[in-house]
Design a protein around this ligand. Structure first.
Ligand SMILES: C[S@@+](CC[C@H](N)C(=O)[O-])C[C@H]1O[C@@H](n2cnc3c(N)ncnc32)[C@H](O)[C@@H]1O
Length: 215
C-alpha cells in the first residue's frame, strides 16, 4: 500500500495520528482489566502468527517466546509505535501496511491469527473474518477478544445513542456490533466463545466476547 492509498482512505490524516498518539493513554484506565484476555489470545498463540490491527503493540509482551510474529496495521502512526515498542522489547516482528479485508498473504500461511479490540473498527467484519480463515492453515486457530453489542435492550439502546460520538472520537470504533454472528458464519470448523461483562469502573460494564475459531 502506498502513501497515496493511505491518504485516499483517510488513514494518514490528523485524526488517525491523534488516535495513535493518545491510544495507550486512553486505554490505560482499563488495560489492567484487559490483561487476562490478552493472555487468552496472544498468550496462547503459536507457530507463525498473524495479528490483524496490532495498534501500538499492546499484545507484544503477551506472546510466548519463539513465535514468528507478523502484524497488519493500516494506521501508519500506530504501525510506527508498534515497531518502536517491539524494538524496545527486543522483539523482531514484521509489520505490514494493509487492511484485514484484503490480507496480503497466501492461503494457509499462518498457524494462529489474533484480533483484540479490532473487529469493532474494521469496515467489513464478514470480509475480515473470511480473510482470516483463508490465511490460516487447516486446523489453525483464530483467537479473538472483542467488545460487542449488549443483549439487554436498555444497554443496547444506550450503545446505539452513544455510537456516533464514540465512533467520531475514536476514528471508527463501533459500540453496537454483534460480531459473534460473523465469526460463527465464516466457515470455521468449530467456534467456541464466551460472553462476559468487563467492568470498567462502576457503574459501567461493557459486553465482551473471547474465544477461538478453528480453521
Ligand atoms: C482499538 S485499536 C486495538 C489495537 C490493539 N489490537 C489492542 O488490542 O490494543 C484497533 C486497531 O485496528 C486497526 N484497524 C482499523 N481498521 C482496520 C482494518 N480494516 N484492518 C485492520 N486493522 C484495522 C486500527 O488502526 C487500530 O490500530
Amino acid at each position: 500500500m502506498t502513501q497515496h492509498d493511505y491518504e485516499r482512505l483517510g488513514y494518514n490524516g490528523l485524526s488517525k495520528r491523534l488516535f495513535a498518539a493518545g491510544y495507550d493513554l486512553l486505554n490505560a484506565g482499563v488495560e489492567n482489566r484487559v490483561i487476562p484476555y490478552r493472555r487468552l489470545t496472544a498468550g496462547l498463540a503459536d507457530g507463525r502468527v498473524l495479528e490483524v490491527g496490532g495498534g501500538t503493540g499492546a499484545n507484544l509482551k503477551f506472546y510466548p517466546p519463539g513465535v514468528d510474529l507478523t502484524f497488519v496495521e493500516p494506521n501508519p502512526h500506530m504501525a510506527h509505535r508498534l515497531q518502536r515498542n517491539a524494538r524496545q522489547l527486543g522483539m523482531s516482528v514484521n509489520v505490514s501496511p494493509g487492511f484485514g479485508e484484503d490480507l496480503p498473504f497466501d492461503d494457509a500461511s499462518f498457524d494462529t491469527a489474533v484480533t483484540t479490540l479490532v473487529l469493532c473498527m474494521v469496515s467489513d467484519v464478514e470480509r475480515v473474518v473470511t480473510e482470516i480463515r483463508r490465511v490460516l492453515k487447516p486446523g489453525g486457530r483464530f483467537l479473538f477478544y472483542e467488545h460487542v453489542v449488549s443483549s439487554h435492550s436498555k444497554i443496547k439502546a444506550w450503545q446505539g445513542l452513544l455510537n456516533p460520538f464514540w465512533k467520531f472520537a475514536t476514528t471508527g470504533c463501533n459500540l453496537n456490533r454483534d460480531l459473534s454472528g460473523e465469526i460463527e458464519l465464516a466457515g470455521f470448523s468449530n467456534v467456541e466463545l464466551r460472553r462476559f461483562s468487563l467492568s470498567v469502573g462502576l457503574p459501567i460494564t461493557i459486553p465482551n466476547i473471547v474465544g477461538v475459531a478453528i480453521a
